[in-house]
Design a binder for this molecule. Sequence first.
Ligand code: AMP
Ligand code: MG
Length: 408
Amino acid sequence: MLSVEQACTRILSHFQPVASESIPLSQAANRILAQDIIAADDLPLFDNSSMDGFALRAEDSSSAAPASRVTLRVVADIPAGSSPTIPLAPGEAARIMTGAPLPQGANAVVPVEDTDFNNRDAGSAPPREVQITRALKPGENVRPRGMDVTTGDVVLHKGSHINAQAAGILAMLGYARVEVHRKPHVALMSSGDELLPVDAPLAPGKIRDSNSYMLAALIESTGADLLRLGIARDTRESVTGLLEQAAEQHVDLIISSAGVSVGAYDFVKEVIESNGALDFWRVNMRPGKPLAFGNYRNIPFIGLPGNPVSAFVGFEVFVRETIGRLSGLSNGGRYTVRVRCGEEIRSDGRESYLRATIHEQDGVYTATLTGHQGSGNLLSLVQADALLIIPAGVKCVPAGEEVNAWLI
Ligand code: AMP
Ligand code: MG
């Protein structure tokens, strides 16, 4: 049976980033860059003040102290958005606001708190003179042009996620449009005669189709466009009918849950085999062993297990990175952290993913398991904020030892 790593490598080898498109920055949040972002400007764009105060020549303030104030003539007022015209001569200052350009000749800004000027009302006129109560170092409270970014710097790399910070700097650099990968198109199908839509009345032997909602939320969290195929009955015709809809829509990936084990009614596997290919259908892990990979009419297909927790774990282990690859993302889109086990953890030697909460104890992130770890027990996953990863071959992790974890 394939290990998790072998299965992952095998799946990912079938995926390339989807095509790119140019879109307005206003629509680019959470997309993946298909271009390197090169600065055409310095950031900051010009020397500017980091404080509301008075721009001055630092030399002029060298003898200033609370008991021996230095008086400077205020020759200009520089609000943010204005451009100073007169240079400062020795003995002169200019009232200046945060973000406003420094006048020529000035090399420091004294905060208004370190002056005798205490009229801070909006709209107040600048004083004719200002008294400085302390010495300023050259460069103090000045944000020099280019301190953050120099023209020509690569600020963001192709394959990076446009998060809020990235959107901000793209705007700072004037990228009104950006080249990003289009959203991958992912179809989702549930399968099983026991499944009812969430709004249908319950009937004997039936359960509600929860995987559709959980997996839809996971797929949408990757930024992909979702095609909901609904519930396939346990017949060849029903499974084929829904998968055919995905093929007609030319989706990039089909995700299904259930029907890929060894049950007498597990038709999904069989339909994949006869309309495409089944690469593998089991992975040595827990939960989530019945996990299938193949294609339906050349569209990649990942069949997750039916049990809700197995489906979730299978998604996190195999699908998140796969959609990331399709989206053009250059990293796996997830961070592994080290946590301390707050209790002894037993495993059966398969690579295992256990539900836990993380809390801080003596300054260390410490994990506690959240109740029943059965693959159908969704509540303990709801209560968890991490999956602990117990490597293959490990049967016992003593309390106090560290393991890898994914925050979920
Ligand atoms: P199967 O893979 O078809 O043998 O299903 C394994 C288990 O997962 C069974 O207990 C199913 O009832 C359950 N299951 C399958 N699909 C879903 C679903 N969409 N929502 C909730 N439970 C499911
Ligand atoms: Mg079934």
